[in-house]
Design a protein around this ligand. Structure first.
Ligand SMILES: [Zn+2]
Length: 165
């Protein structure tokens, strides 16, 4: 089981490296991340959140939580002008929730776990989760965006004070 890295650990704010080795260990890592995501009740997880600054993210598929999709080196190639905001949380910021404005539709490219080039499009909740996780591999958290805090304000202020010291 993997340990989830929490703010204010500074590696969460560092951009992650491109992945070039599509081997068995990458597949194993995606599997372990999936187990961790289920345990933590997440709907997405990025590798920097388990302490590995590489460009791998996973997103929950379906309602059962027993399936997921892995995206390696994902890149957003189109973002709609139309935006949407929902109350977002983050496993690396437990107890903190707030609104983040995001594109309502995106198109993206990525590689699958075998290294094959893929492309996709997403809207609604899926688009939001993908943008949230891609932010992680770019070293950005919800609190680094225009973030309207709805829960956990005191907690966040305490962490930020700690980080400043
Ligand atoms: Zn997150």
């Amino acid at each position: 089981m993997l340990h989830v890295v929490r703010y204010p650990v500074t590696t969460l704010n560092e951009p992650s490296e491109l992945i070039s080795a599509f081997d068995e260990s990458l597949k194993k890592l995606a599997e372990s991340m999936h187990e961790t995501m289920i345990r933590e009740n997440g709907i997405g997880l990025a590798a920097p959140q388990i302490g590995k600054n590489i460009r791998l993210i996973i997103v929950k598929v379906g309602d059962e939580g027993n399936d997921y999709r892995a995206y390696v080196n994902p890149e957003i190639v189109f973002s709609s002008d139309k935006t949407v905001a929902i109350e977002e949380g983050c496993l690396s910021l437990p107890g903190v929730f707030g609104y983040v404005q995001r594109a309502s539709k995106i198109r993206f490219t990525y590689r699958d776990l075998d290294g094959k080039k893929q492309s996709g499009k997403a809207r609604g909740m899926e688009a939001i989760v993908l943008q949230h996780e891609i932010d992680h591999i770019n070293g950005s958290l919800i609190i680094n965006r225009t973030f309207q805090v709805t829960q956990g304000m005191e907690r966040l202020a305490l962490w930020q004070k700690k980080q400043a010291q």
